[in-house]
Design a protein around this ligand. Structure first.
Ligand SMILES: NC(=O)c1ccc[n+]([C@@H]2O[C@H](COP(=O)([O-])OP(=O)(O)OC[C@H]3O[C@@H](n4cnc5c(N)ncnc54)[C@H](OP(=O)(O)O)[C@@H]3O)[C@@H](O)[C@H]2O)c1
Length: 260
């Protein structure tokens, strides 16, 4: 049951099968809410709008945790802005009260790639007509393995030099569920709540831990990408949480032995 009202809400989750979306679904169900899971595998496409109007019937809040695997700025921008537009359109028609979006800590200065596309996503989400809230999260524990796959060349794995305060997707899901139903104002687009793990982690060490647990005899090398215009941001702490961030475990080391 919803702690505030004593009644469960009907909440739709876009990207319900994803790294964070699946945990959002679990957390909401554990709290007694009625969850509408939305993803293409569930017959709902937030980019084309297929199945969206039907899925949102009776829904009070939409949490958008959908994503594209594309790191290309234009492709990712088109994905996120179309998703925001369709969720606003279909959501307004269905009488949805609020849209909640998950974004990334420190992306204000991003000028390229996926992170710049997320800035466009935030703006589109906050442009209305539905009131919206944006939670910015640090890189997920679950994302380390993805970065390793992207950077693998034979027996060497190149990971980007990046200062990060890795966080478990389940921890982000709990913060998203809290934000979705918290009393108070919606976002004014100038400050954003943040969620991150309990401490700064070394991406290189995290990748070594993953390789060790998998029994993978791979060499891990942290590299600086001179072609990345946002390199300074990555390497000099621009992606670390601010003083007001919610910090919560598990740490990467605690998480890897008991992934949730
Ligand atoms: N990964 C990180 O470290 C990180 C850190 C901070 C913030 N975030 C943000 O968190 C959000 C979720 O990221 P994630 O890593 O959890 O994503 P993910 O694991 O790649 O999951 C993506 C989800 O979106 C769904 N999806 C893809 N295309 C869709 C479409 N056209 N219509 C409906 N659903 C669609 C996928 O399901 P189907 O394929 O079945 O459609 C899947 O459920 C993103 O906004 C991301 O920017 C991620």
């Amino acid at each position: 049951m919803d702690a505030g009202t004593g009644t469960g809400k009907k909440i739709a989750v876009a990207g319900a099968t994803g790294r964070v979306g699946r945990h959002v679904v679990d957390v909401l169900k554990e709290r007694g809410h009625d969850v509408v899971a939305m993803s293409r595998s569930e017959g709902v496409d937030v980019v084309t709008g297929k199945g969206l109007v039907e899925a949102l019937a009776g829904v009070e809040v939409v949490i958008d945790a959908a994503s594209t695997p594309s790191p290309d700025q234009q492709e990712a921008t088109e994905f996120f802005t179309a998703a925001a537009r369709n969720l606003h359109d279909a959501g307004s028609k269905a009488g949805v009260e609020r849209l909640v979006v998950v974004s990334i800590i420190g992306i204000d200065g991003s000028t390229s790639g996926y992170n710049a596309a997320k800035l466009a996503h935030e703006r589109a989400a906050l442009a209305g007509p539905l009131p919206a809230r944006v939670l910015r999260a640090a890189q997920f524990h679950e994302f380390v393995e993805v970065l390793m796959q992207w950077g693998r060349q034979g027996d060497v794995v190149y990971v980007p030099k990046m200062r990060t305060q890795l966080v478990a997707a389940r921890t982000v899901a709990e913060a998203l569920a809290d934000l979705a139903l918290a009393p108070g104002a919606d976002s004014d687009g100038t400050t954003f709540p943040e969620v991150a793990g309990p401490r700064e982690e070394s991406l290189e060490s995290a990748a070594r831990l993953v390789a060790a647990r998998r029994g993978d005899q791979v060499e891990i090398v942290a590299v600086s990408d001179p072609a990345n215009p946002d390199r300074e941001l990555f390497e000099n702490g621009g992606l670390l949480p601010g003083a007001h961030a919610r910090l919560a475990g598990p740490s990467f080391e605690e998480w890897i032995d008991v992934p949730s």
